[in-house]
Design a protein around this ligand. Structure first.
Ligand SMILES: [Cu+2]
Length: 143
């Protein structure tokens, strides 16, 4: 009896706090060379609702910090900027991909290996969260 109540409570928590109407697919982290202090994570995000949904933060297990970044070319030099809010229009998808938006993973606690999973949690402006598992892939066939 106690166990089933606990299970029901867990289910309720999950349905109220999770952004189930946002679909995250193809999440991956290219493996970085030994000693790197930062890695990137990429994925596709699809907003299946009729409202704008905004990602305002990221958490990553195994890293001291995770930030949302954008990339742009300035005078022929690729630069990264912090993105404080990434809007996904209703019914639209946003690609986090090399040369564009990405999740910057900083200060890994341990070197990740190909096949490892990085647990990411996206934080939305409306308080919802979305957990995404990103697989570490080798660079040669990862991107
Ligand atoms: Cu970056």
């Amino acid at each position: 009896m106690i166990r089933s109540c606990l299970f029901a409570a867990l289910l309720m928590t999950a349905t109220t706090a999770t952004a189930q109407d946002i679909k995250a697919t193809d999440a991956y982290v290219p493996q970085s060379p030994p000693g790197s202090m930062a890695q990137a994570a990429y994925m596709q995000l699809e907003n299946t609702t009729d409202k704008v949904r905004s990602v305002i933060g990221v958490e990553a297990s195994g890293y001291a910090m995770a930030h949302l970044h954008g990339s742009e070319m300035k005078d022929g030099v690729a630069t990264m900027t912090m993105v404080h809010q990434l809007d996904i229009a209703p019914g639209q998808s946003v690609s986090l991909e090399p040369g564009s938006y990405h999740i910057m993973l900083m200060r890994p606690e341990a070197m990740s290996k190909v096949g490892d999973t990085v647990e990411l949690k996206l934080l939305f402006a409306d308080g919802d969260t979305l957990e995404v598992a990103a697989e570490v892939k080798s660079r040669s066939n990862g991107s």
